[in-house]
Every structure is written in structure tokens, then in C-alpha cells.
Ligand binder design. Structure first.
Ligand code: SIN
Length: 288
């Protein structure tokens, strides 16, 4: 069917021997789903999925989201969210630049955080023979396992608030754009609360569910205490032993689990060094 090679001691695996541009049988999909749950991040190199096939392949793993930032979705296939610094002939961005350059889980700011994302790389910046724009992944299951017992006990029953718009405005400002969000648009994506620790419904492992990108505060704690607790938890995210660093090649497809991992883009390339990726986002369930 296919071969599996581990990417790190903790999580992540490369799948060898599959051409995603072609349809395959149900048994192969079942095998991929099992590997996806088990390894949290799957890498398939040398792929050439058309946009249509990217959407079709992703649908085999669940229903797809259409990203709230409609200005950055593909006009032909709105399930494809475009990330990168490419512009059209009029100089208008066709993708969101530098999205996710901080630890986050996609759509944690919605009531049903995304199950996972499937990204295909189309253009990767290379300087002096070295690929730039790596993506870091960390295992939130491994982070939970590594937390001190007293900290685990403290957060086990707590909830945290997640918000989208502050992060979006801040990252656009950092890129020199001044954006304002209308009250209607803001109301369409209100703050949500999630338990700070969630049980992964497939692996039954506990996963830390707070992230630097979108988690604002801890419900019921005074502001100073809430900030200190979040900062303490964030200090565990990105520690070397729970991280897999992915150096992209054109044609890589990476499927990541948004429940058991977080990720962060490394922006070490210049705006004139092109990077272009397309991602589908699997809808989450109310269970998680
Ligand atoms: C994302 O956060 O989904 C994008 C990460 C990347 O561009 O590498």
C-alpha cells in the first residue's frame, strides 16, 4: 500500500510510495487515516495534485472549511486557502502573507476547532541553495505528558478564551497594512471558550489546547494571574524535544492534526523571495 518512515522520535511520519494525483482504494485511505491519527503530521514528497484533486483528496478526510478571510481563498476552489507573498498583475496579494508566524492550531478561535489541515507547497524561497520559510510543528500531546504534575492539576478543569481578530490585525500591522474590522465582521467570529486540556477523540491522549496565536486569557482568573499562567504554558511550546522542523520542497504535501499539534511559520525570507502554499482545512467536531 505505502511505507511509513518516522520523522522524529516523538511524532510525524513520511509516507512513501503514494501518488496523490491519482485516486486510490478505500483500504489505502483507511491506512492513511490510521497513520494520520497515530503520527499527527504526515509528509508526502514530490506530489502534483491539481487544485481540484487537492480538494477531492481532502474531502476523503472530512468536510472542509471555507476560511473566514474570503479575500485569500482560491476563486475557483474556495476550499483552498492561499498563503504566501504572491501578487496578481495589479499588485494585489492573491494570498495571505506570512500567515501563522506564531504557534497556533488552525481555527482554535472557532467553536469547532479544525480537525486538521492539508497543505501543498507550490513555490518555496531558496537562498544560497538553502530552502527558507520552514514550518515548525510541536506535539501538544507530548507537551501535556511533559508538564509537571502540579501544573497539570491546576489547568485540568480550566477554560481559556480564544480570539481571531486581534492576531489578524497585529500581523497585518506588522506587514505595514492598516486594517479595520467592521462590527458586523467581528460579530461573525466572536470569542470562544475551550477547555485548556482536551482529550483527542481518536488517540485518547490528552493535548494542551492553548496557543500563543489565539488564546487570550484564562476564564475566571484575574488578568495578571491569567497572563502568568498562559506565559508559563507557552514556555513549554516549541521546546526542542517536542518539535519537528519541516524544510519545504516544492511538491510537498503535509497533513497536520490541529488537535494534537501546533505549528509556526519561520519568516526568514524577504517579501521579494516568493513563497506560495495552498491549504485545505478539515472541519472539527463539537466533541473535541
Ligand atoms: C499555516 O499556519 O497554516 C501556514 C503555515 C505555513 O505557511 O507554513
Amino acid at each position: 500500500m505505502f511505507q511509513i518512515r518516522k520523522l522524529s522520535d516523538t511524532f510525524g511520519a513520511e509516507i512513501l510510495g503514494l501518488d496523490l494525483s491519482r485516486e486510490f482504494d478505500d483500504a489505502t485511505y483507511a491506512g492513511l487515516k490510521k497513520a494520520y491519527a497515530e503520527h499527527s503530521v504526515l509528509l508526502l514528497r514530490g506530489q502534483k495534485m491539481s487544485d481540484e484533486r487537492h480538494v477531492e483528496f481532502s474531502r476523503r478526510f472530512g468536510e472542509l472549511e471555507i476560511h473566514v478571510l474570503r479575500e485569500y481563498v482560491s476563486p475557483e476552489y474556495p476550499e483552498l486557502y492561499r498563503i504566501g507573498n504572491l501578487k496578481d498583475a495589479d499588485g494585489k496579494p492573491i494570498a495571505i502573507p506570512d500567515a501563522g508566524a506564531y504557534w497556533h492550531a488552525d481555527l482554535s478561535y472557532t467553536s469547532r476547532p479544525s480537525r486538521g489541515s492539508i497543505m501543498q507547497s507550490h513555490t518555496i524561497p531558496v537562498r544560497d541553495g538553502k530552502a527558507l520559510g520552514d514550518t515548525l510543528f510541536c506535539s501538544t500531546a507530548a507537551i501535556w505528558d511533559a508538564l509537571p504534575a502540579a501544573l497539570k492539576q491546576k489547568i485540568e478543569l480550566l477554560k481559556a478564551v480564544h480570539r481571531f481578530w486581534d492576531r489578524y490585525i497585529a500581523s497585518r500591522k506588522a506587514a505595514g497594512q492598516d486594517v479595520t474590522i467592521s462590527p458586523e465582521r467581528r460579530a461573525g467570529m466572536p470569542d470562544v471558550e475551550h477547555p485548556m486540556v482536551k482529550l483527542h477523540p481518536e488517540t485518547k491522549r490528552r493535548c494542551l489546547f492553548v496557543n500563543e496565536g489565539f488564546t487570550l486569557s484564562v476564564v475566571g482568573l484575574p488578568a495578571v494571574e491569567s497572563r502568568a499562567l498562559l506565559d508559563e504554558l507557552f514556555s513549554y511550546i516549541g521546546r526542542a524535544e517536542t518539535v519537528y522542523r519541516h524544510s519545504w520542497q516544492v511538491g510537498d504535501v503535509v497533513m497536520w492534526d490541529n488537535w494534537s499539534t501546533q505549528h509556526a511559520l519561520t519568516v526568514d525570507y524577504r517579501p521579494d523571495e516568493p513563497r506560495f502554499m495552498q491549504r485545505t482545512t478539515l472541519m472539527g467536531s463539537a466533541v473535541f
